[in-house]
Design a protein around this ligand. Structure first.
Ligand code: NAP
Ligand code: F7E
Length: 345
């Protein structure tokens, strides 16, 4: 039976990966931060009480900023696989907390790699690093792949780029099986409420049920390559099962603007709007009652934003036999349906 250690198990991807690995008969260890209120909502359905003998999901308190907790956990459990999914993952927040972001998203990775090296786990433990399309920055409109150059434009992207390189460095210098998945945006009903897709879905469903009057957003014209998190964690797992450590881009190959995402959600909710105005004055007006239901708030504009991201995952298709299954419209339908269920209740 294999064992895995997931940092970020309480997050969107960590929760799906934990479910997936448990189904594959792994013993799953997860890193959980101590918080004053519960942060385990996404994994409560798979939680196993410590009193259960032979449990195969075990949570450990710790933090990416705290090397001693990481060292204690890794040296004790000696996992076959480590998935480093924990991060301060919000790009806008990284402009407000650049130092914290660098500590967690850059140095956190070295702390784990050092533990693998120093506890003689080089031959035993494979390491996955959650790299990101945000590392590319605004380089071009064409499809990005493993050979594209990196020019990150946010503290988040810069910190993640450090982790990307240090992962390759420990692979080349010490022979650790250490791989990067360069994942483009992926969403799900478990997406955090402050990322744009979930923010749009939640607000428009509330507007439909007269529980909110207006949705305030930033840049409506950025384009993202949105996939489904459930598809992407299969790729994450396959990357560590590959015959050699390597780096892979994981994307759908299609991208849409924030405005197009909104329009798809509105279609599903049967709300018709007309767009009026430009820049900070642009609004979406509900045709039925003439009320403004979408407006721009400059607080949600970032100091710098990537205009367009679109990925090419041909290498993952070829070498890992990985393909995204869920289409853009199906992803939105799943996210909207869940919110409707919540608010109907
Ligand atoms: P998420 O939902 O924001 O989850 C982040 C996880 O990291 C949470 O479990 C969080 O714990 C934990 N965490 C944050 N700071 C920590 C710290 N200092 N120490 C320990 N744990 C900490 O992110 P996600 O969408 O699942 O993404 C997973 C990973 O992939 C992240 O590294 C992200 O940067 C990267 N990524 C995401 C995407 C995407 O589109 N989703 C694309 C490319 C790369 P709490 O629950 O306590 O907050
Ligand atoms: O923004 C624009 C915003 O925060 C998407 C993370 O998982 O994917 C994610 O980062 C776009 C940006 O995701 C609002 O300016 C407009 O252009 O949903 P987001 P992100 O920044 O692409 C990458 C790959 C990761 O690695 C990250 O961890 O939407 N936008 N108005 C807005 N974004 C937010 N959050 N809120 C708005 O009101």
């Amino acid at each position: 039976m294999k064992s895995a250690f997931i940092t970020g198990i309480t997050g969107q991807d960590g929760s799906y990966l934990a479910e997936f690995l448990l189904k594959k008969n792994y013993t799953v260890h997860g890193l959980k931060r101590r918080t004053s209120t519960f942060n385990t909502k996404r994994i409560d359905h798979i939680y196993q009480d410590p009193s259960i003998s032979n449990r195969n999901l075990i949570l450990h308190h710790g933090d990416l900023l705290d090397a001693s907790s990481l060292n204690n956990i890794i040296s004790k459990i000696k996992p076959d696989e480590i998935y480093n999914l924990a991060a301060q993952s919000h790009v806008a927040v990284s402009f407000e907390q650049p130092e914290y972001t660098a500590n967690a998203d850059a140095l956190g990775t070295v702390r784990i790699l050092e533990a693998i090296k120093n506890f003689n786990l080089i031959k035993k433990t494979k390491f996955y690093q959650a790299s990101t399309s945000e590392m590319f920055g605004n380089i071009s409109e064409k499809k990005l792949d493993e050979n594209s150059i990196f020019k990150p434009i946010s503290p988040y992207g810069v910190s993640k780029l450090f982790s990307y390189w240090i992962t390759k460095n420990y692979r080349d210098s010490y022979g650790i099986f250490a791989s990067n998945g360069i994942l483009f945006n992926h969403e799900s009903p478990r997406r955090g409420e402050t990322f744009v897709t979930q923010k749009i879905v939640t607000a428009l469903v509330k507007i439909k049920f007269n529980l909110q009057s207006c949705l305030y957003l930033g840049n409506l014209y950025a384009k993202r390559d949105w996939g489904h998190a459930k598809d992407y964690i299969v790729a994450i797992w396959k990357i560590l099962q590959h015959k050699k450590a390597d780096d892979f881009c994981i994307a759908t190959g299609n991208n849409y603007s924030i405005k197009e995402f909104i329009e798809e959600v509105l279609k599903y909710l049967d709300i018709k709007i007309i767009w009026k105005g430009k820049g900070l004055s642009e609004v979406g007006i509900n045709k039925k009652n003439n009320k403004i239901i979408i407006a721009i708030d400059k607080r949600y504009m970032r100091p710098n934003d990537i205009n367009s991201l679109i990925g090419d995952s041909a290498k993952a298709k070829r070498e890992l036999n990985w393909n995204p299954k869920v289409k853009f419209e199906e992803l939105i339908c799943e996210m909207v349906k869940l919110q409707i269920d919540i608010y109907k209740k």
